[in-house]
Write a protein that binds this ligand. Structure first.
Ligand code: ADP
Length: 728
């Protein structure tokens, strides 16, 4: 614009010179306008080419202006006046033309036209001082100048259009580039999204499914979506051997044999390199790679991508992707696989932790079960012991509420003793001897007070059984003490002491009877000795009586000694095999004389088979003789006595002594085996024979019993164990 304005000023000044006649002032205006035009063109060209405009041109132009103004004022001739000006313009135009022609920024016809026209124009500027002086040529010079200016303008427009078109094309290209960049970004985003989804999914699988095969299978599925391949395997390393635990693509290819291969890690360079680096490994073509071990089963493979599965810095497996095409795997695939290998690592670590936990839980469960079983066994043993003892036991743990019971145990002996089941009686009644309920509270609190002060409460009481019968019992209640010394409950032991009481009574009775039995003959002895002093002449009779009395005392003492020894079991038995029938027959024969004297029939019944027993013959003789003599003694004349020996069964022999004598009243029957007990006080015996006989029978593992009807007779039965195979 500036150049155009300056150029217009120049042409106006020229026109004014033509119309009004040339003057120095108009020429000067024209010169200066053309100089400004040139400078503006050069500056415009630099700007057009995006280059900085060298400032020194203004300095040069200033010098030229001063020269021209001074020259015009001094009326210098044309040539020296205009030569520097037009020379400068020539240089300016040539420079502008060359700059345009040499520029890289644009191309096309416009560039050539403008460049060359600038050069031509520049050359034309140089001719100005010369053609101006030639009258007829001067107008043509101006016309050429104008034409050249027009051509430059057109060329500039062409350049502008070319440049605009180029910019448009560049814009289009950029847009296309942008579109493809966006598509690439979208594809990358899609891939990232898939990866994120896959990771989220395997992450969820990791937390939801502790089932390792399930997680590994999912990992393989996701890898298939993100990294294209033909087959994949997951391997775990055990003792340096990698084996396949899951796969894709091998079963489908019918290559089951490949899955069974076991790979020693140390022998495979691809594995050792992954173990060493901890990073994925890409093999572009396994056929040309030394790290690959050639095997028939995997010869179809060309491209390989593997990643180590690591847990706490240790490589515990590998994920392998195989492709039938070489060079398919890139760094992005490797990175994706690495991420999944890390996931597999986490899954394996979780699975191991879970496995350890499960094992520990199982161990704990087993230990609890063992301990419970042990406690159960101990409890059962304790109960068996408690049930086995003869005393009734009640264990009780008190509840939190007053007088309440949280736990109660009773042993079976208690039920046997009292006849009530645990539900049938009031617990407290056992502790206080089946007192009437209205007396419970007082006695109950007495008991608790006694326990609190001394830890124990003891009493003897009469206990009533369910059937109404009673027995004497001792009751001991002791406290169950808690960890801190407090009373947690009580244990009560109920013992039937009726037998002990009876025994005590028996003992007392025994002593009384024994002293009585001794006192009588001793008194006889004293009387007889007094009579002897008074009647020395009747010495023989007195001596005979004294002899009898002494014998009786001796017999009594011996019997008492026997009884005591047999009771304590201190007399050793001299056991022999005895043929029972023969043995009995002999004894009966001995007693025959006495039976005959008393006019009694004494018979034997000794049927076969022969019975063999193991017995002390003297002691057996003592029993049988005692039974026969008793029968003779308590059977009136004319009566009958029968002695039988027979087998009761395969294990027991019976010796029965039956008489038709006076018999024994039922109230005496339970007592006749007690020492000094006599059913018939007028009898001459001392009441020790049967006691001794029963003791001897029991020492032989047998027993002695009786059945009797008063007035009809009695039958005493001796049972003895038969020797094994003791019947012949
Ligand atoms: P004793 O020396 O008094 O006979 P025993 O111990 O042999 O002592 O017998 C105890 C009691 O049993 C006898 O006093 C008698 O009353 C009774 N008795 C024993 N045998 C018979 C019998 N065969 N018939 C009737 N009573 C008998």
């Amino acid at each position: 614009m500036f150049a155009l304005a300056a150029s217009s000023v120049r042409y106006l000044a020229l026109l004014a010179g033509l119309l009004l006649g040339a003057t120095t002032a108009l020429d000067l205006v024209q010169y200066l306008a053309i100089l400004v035009t040139g400078l503006a063109l050069l500056q415009g060209t630099y700007a057009f080419l995006n280059r900085p405009f060298p400032r020194f041109w203004f300095g040069i132009a200033g010098i030229v202006v001063v020269w021209t103004v001074v020259g015009s004022g001094a009326q210098w001739p044309l040539l020296p006046l205009t030569l520097p000006l037009y020379g400068l313009l020539t240089v300016i135009h040539l420079l502008a033309g060359l700059a345009i022609l040499r520029s890289d920024e644009f191309s096309g016809r416009g560039k050539s036209i403008v460049g060359w026209v600038f050069i031509i124009w520049g050359l034309h500027r140089a001719d100005y001082p010369f053609i101006r002086s030639i009258e007829w040529l001067s107008p043509w010079g101006y016309i050429l100048s104008a034409v050249l200016e027009i051509i430059v303008a057109v060329g500039m427009m062409l350049i502008y259009f070319d440049r605009t078109r180029a910019e448009l094309e560049a814009n289009e290209q950029r847009l296309a580039q942008d579109a493809s960049d966006r598509r690439r970004t979208e594809a990358a985003e899609h891939e990232q999204r898939l990866l994120a989804e896959a990771l989220r999914d395997t992450g969820a699988a990791l937390t939801s499914a502790l089932d390792l095969p399930e997680v590994l299978h999912r990992i393989l599925e996701h890898i298939a979506r993100l990294v294209p391949h033909d087959a994949a395997t997951i391997m775990l390393v055990d003792d340096g051997i990698a084996h396949i635990v899951d796969s894709r693509g091998y079963v489908e290819r019918g290559q089951l044999a490949a899955l069974a291969i076991r790979f020693p890690v140390a022998e495979s360079e691809k594995f050792t390199s992954m173990v060493a680096s901890g990073l994925p490994l890409i093999i572009d073509d396994v056929h040309t790679d030394s790290k690959w071990l050639d095997m028939a089963e995997t010869r179809w493979i060309r491209g390989y991508l593997g990643a180590p599965i690591r847990v706490e810095g240790q490589t515990i497996g590998f994920i392998n992707l195989d492709s039938a095409t070489p060079k398919v795997f890139n760094a992005r695939h490797a990175e994706t696989l690495r991420i999944f290998a890390d996931q597999a690592g986490i899954a394996l670590r979780n699975a191991r932790l879970y496995d350890t936990l499960r094992r520990q839980a199982a161990e704990l469960e087993q230990r609890v079960a063992d301990r419970t079983a042990e406690l159960e066994r101990e409890r059962a043993q304790l109960w068996a012991i408690l049930d086995g003892i003869g005393e009734g036991v009640v264990g009780m743990i008190f509840g939190d509420a007053p007088d309440s019971i949280a736990y109660r145990y009773t042993n079976s002996a208690l039920h046997r003793l009292i006849g009530f089941t645990p539900d049938e009686w009031d617990t407290r009644s056992v502790f206080i001897g089946n007192l009437p309920p209205d007396q419970f509270p007082a006695t109950w609190s007495d008991m608790l007070n006694a326990i609190a002060s001394s830890g124990l409460w003891k009493t003897e009481t009469l206990v009533q059984r369910k059937d109404g019968s009673t027995f004497e019992a001792s009751l001991t209640v002791s406290q169950v003490t808690g960890k801190h010394g407090q009373i947690e409950g009580v244990v009560s032991i109920l013992r039937d002491i009726s037998q002990e009481k009876a025994l005590e009574a028996q003992k007392a009775n025994f002593v009384t009877s024994a002293s009585h039995e001794l006192r009588t003959p001793i008194a006889n002895l004293k009387t007889r000795l007094w009579l002897l002093r008074q009647q020395p002449e009747r010495l023989p009779q007195h001596l005979e009586i004294l002899d009898q009395v002494t014998n009786r005392i001796q017999k009594l003492v011996e019997d008492l000694l026997d009884l005591s020894r047999f009771e304590r079991g201190v007399i050793p038995l001299e056991l022999q095999r005895l043929h029972l029938q023969a043995f009995v027959a002999e004894l009966v024969e001995v007693q025959q004389v006495e039976a005959d004297q008393k006019q009694l029939e004494l018979a034997c019944s000794l049927p076969p088979p022969n019975l063999i027993v193991k017995a002390d013959p003297d002691r057996l003789n003592q029993i049988i003789t005692n039974l026969i003599t008793n029968a003779i003694r308590y059977t009136p004349a004319g009566g009958k006595i029968e002695v039988r020996a027979r087998a009761a069964d395969d294990t027991t022999a019976l010796i029965e002594v039956q008489d038709s004598g006076i018999g024994i009243a039922p109230e005496h029957l339970p007592h006749i085996f007690e020492p000094f007990y006599r059913a018939h006080p007028d009898g001459s015996g001392m009441g020790l024979g049967l006691s001794i006989s029963r003791e001897i029978a029991q020492l032989h593992g047998g027993d002695l019993s009786v059945t009797s009807q008063p007035g009809e007779g009695s039958c005493f039965t001796l049972r003895l164990p038969l020797l094994q195979g003791g019947t012949i």
